[in-house]
Design a protein around this ligand. Sequence first.
Ligand code: PGA
Length: 248
Amino acid sequence: MRRKLAAGNWKMNGTGASLSEVEALIAAHPDPKVDVLLCPPATLLERMSRLANGSAIATGGQDCHAAESGAHTGDISAPMLADAGASHVIVGHSERRDDHGETDAMVRAKAEAAHRAGLVAVICCGESLAEREGGLTLDIIGGQLAGSLPDGATGANTVVAYEPIWAIGTGKIPTTGQIGEVHDFIRAELVKRFGAEGEAIRVLYGGSVKPSNAAEIFAVANVDGALVGGASLKAADFSPIIAALEEA
Ligand code: PGA
């Protein structure tokens, strides 16, 4: 059985003062029945990792460069994230794809770099509103999976996050039927390509997950957890999402 995962993506939010939220989460979830991951901005990663050391909360980066080192001003490599205490890294988030022109090939190279550094790659995919309305959702997701996942993906080193772009930060979420359709499709694609490992790769839903809708989303087949943005910033919001996943 796949162990469920509640992952938080702080995006470009948080300073040292925000670590009190992590302290509160650790206190509230000393022994969670699900995996819990927080991906803070790079400036907080080492501090958060030290704080969470010995707790059930894992830490991760939000992006990595495909190379291990070199002349890439402003970038951070996968080994650097691991050195700062990360066990995971998000790659291919739609904000990276949009803001930085990241292609499937670049995302795949980043995921391969993550694997070389011993990190779990949380690989994101998702359709735009125009693609959804044009009936292209499964084509887009299929293409992103084929292009962004490395051949060496396993249940241990890879997590897939399905995040419809139009649901991110908007408060709009797909119906549970729409979520289920995409998650079933992703599972089938993973099994087709990776065999038994495709059954072991966790598939998260992301986009406007909140305490009020979490239980309904987690009841959908093939939803193995969530990638949560805004509602992961405060322990008071993220904690009930973790609890809902434990009960799912
Ligand atoms: P949101 O972001 O929960 O704020 O919609 C989700 C994400 O982008 O991972």
